[in-house]
Ligand binder design. Structure first.
Ligand SMILES: C[S@@+](CC[C@H](N)C(=O)[O-])C[C@H]1O[C@@H](n2cnc3c(N)ncnc32)[C@H](O)[C@@H]1O
Length: 251
């Protein structure tokens, strides 16, 4: 395993049960960020998936896998974390979900869509991942992925005269280095999660040089119902671009 894979599998093996709980139960800080912010934009880019053959790249605990199966898609998937995959299999009995890495996709058939929600953040080498996606995508097929917003992930929290603000400067936007975040573990020991910052320039150039064209893009904006359910999180995410989602097509 290369470093990225080791870091991601270690974190997600440790956090698997908690991650799935936080994603599926209504904990304000977490559930809202996915279900009312990232998921709606990504689902919009996916459009009508009925009858489409989709590869769930980094399927995690199988939340999207289940959602897309319900919408009529024919899904296969893989993930680097054994513990996440265990949950995904239990949640999606009978589906072909494999242990494997996006650096060496464990399938050699072709798909209509490759879909990677919040996974590429764990890749330092996007070019390698895109080359792998190309191998399993039909000509004219779509690669749809969501990530942390490249600008906002460089920000840090500060407080000025009692007002909480976010300013650029955690790292330089131009410095494509690893970002370290500590995820609180509700069962005790916290864990360091490592992600990889990329600039828009690198992302766009990687897309274009791998023979994809950008057909759609979304700055994830929270659903209106979040305003009432989670006012604090809504106030923040309706001003601050937290996630973004991309739809690119293989030429
Ligand atoms: C934030 S979770 C998202 C899971 C799922 N896509 C979802 O949206 O519910 C990130 C997932 O990416 C997986 N991952 C990270 N690096 C990977 C790699 N190199 N290959 C495959 N999966 C990877 C992790 O194990 C984890 O399950």
């Amino acid at each position: 395993m290369i470093t990225d894979e080791k870091e991601a599998s270690k974190a997600y093996n440790f956090m698997a049960n908690q991650y799935h709980d936080l994603r599926t139960k209504k904990y304000p800080g977490y559930w809202m960020y996915n279900e009312l912010l990232e998921v709606p934009s990504t689902i919009e880019l996916l459009g009508n998936v009925n009858g489409k053959k989709i590869l769930d790249f980094g399927c995690g605990s199988g939340i999207y896998t289940k959602n897309l199966t319900k919408r009529g898609a024919i899904i296969k998937g893989f993930d680097i974390s054994e513990e996440m995959l265990k949950i995904a299999k239990a949640e999606n009995p009978g589906l072909d979900l494999r242990l494997g890495s996006g650096y060496k996709i464990p399938f050699d058939e072709k798909f209509d869509i490759v879909f990677a929600s919040l996974v590429l953040d764990y890749f330092s080498n996007w070019d390698k991942a895109f080359k792998q996606v190309k191998k399993v995508l039909k000509k004219g097929g779509f690669f749809i992925f969501s990530i942390g917003n490249p600008v906002s992930e460089c920000t840090k929290k500060i407080k000025i005269r009692g007002q909480k603000l976010r300013v650029l400067g955690k790292i330089s936007y131009f410095d494509e280095k690893k970002l370290y975040a500590t995820w609180k573990n509700i069962r005790g020991k916290n864990i360091k999660v490592v992600s990889n910052h990329k600039t828009y320039e690198t992302i766009i150039k990687t897309i274009l040089k791998n023979d994809f064209e950008i057909v759609d893009y979304k700055d994830c904006f929270p659903l209106e119902k979040a305003k009432k359910l989670f006012p604090q999180e809504y106030a923040f995410t309706s001003k601050f671009p937290y996630f973004c989602a991309w739809k690119v097509k293989l030429k």
